[in-house]
Design a protein around this ligand. Structure first.
Ligand code: ZN
Length: 176
């Protein structure tokens, strides 16, 4: 079972220079996040750390597959993800809030947890709109039963909205 601790980088033990880490992300990784956008996935993450006196560069390279919902039929679909992202960690006497790219930590810190960064980089690399792939005829291979069900419930909603609100009619009269 994956645990957050596995994503702790004990940088204090690292010598100055470059260090490489590899993480194999699977379903248990996403289970650690409450209400995760992604429930299943298989992603290889490579982390290169360049350690200097008071500063470290973390470069994440990742590639794999995640499972998410189709925006049309809600079926589970597999999406390829990949990317390269960097953060900077500065060691300072006066740590302040991060802007998402630069993280400030105090001189007595000994480790930095990269779980949230990996989670965020993977999730933000997923396209906003995800739908089933097209078949050879250029039609979406969506779940037909689900599409039928969704379009029927759409119609019901429209029916409820159709009767005009008398207050709107009054307003219309004023305008005219
Ligand atoms: Zn679909």
């Amino acid at each position: 079972m994956d645990s957050l601790k596995e994503y702790n980088i004990d940088f204090v033990k690292l010598k100055l220079g470059q260090h490489a880490f590899n993480f194999k992300i699977d379903n248990s990784f996403f289970k650690l996040k409450e209400n995760s956008l992604v429930e299943q996935g298989d992603v290889d993450v490579h982390l290169l750390i360049d350690k200097k006196e008071r500063l470290m560069n973390f470069t994440f390279t990742f590639e794999g597959i995640v499972e998410t919902e189709c925006n049309r039929c809600l079926d589970s679909i597999k999406i390829p993800v990949s990317g390269k992202e960097s953060i900077v960690i500065k060691i300072t006497e006066e740590p302040k809030e991060s802007d998402g790219e630069i993280f400030y930590i105090g001189p007595h810190e000994i480790s930095f947890n990269v779980y949230d960064q990996i989670y965020e980089f993977i999730c933000t690399s997923i396209p906003m709109s995800t739908t089933c792939l097209d078949n050879a005829d250029g039609e979406k291979q969506c779940n037909p039963d689900m599409l039928k069900f969704l379009s029927e419930s759409d119609e019901e909603e429209t029916d409820l909205e159709t009767p005009t609100d008398p207050r709107w009619d009054k307003l219309k009269n004023i305008k005219e």
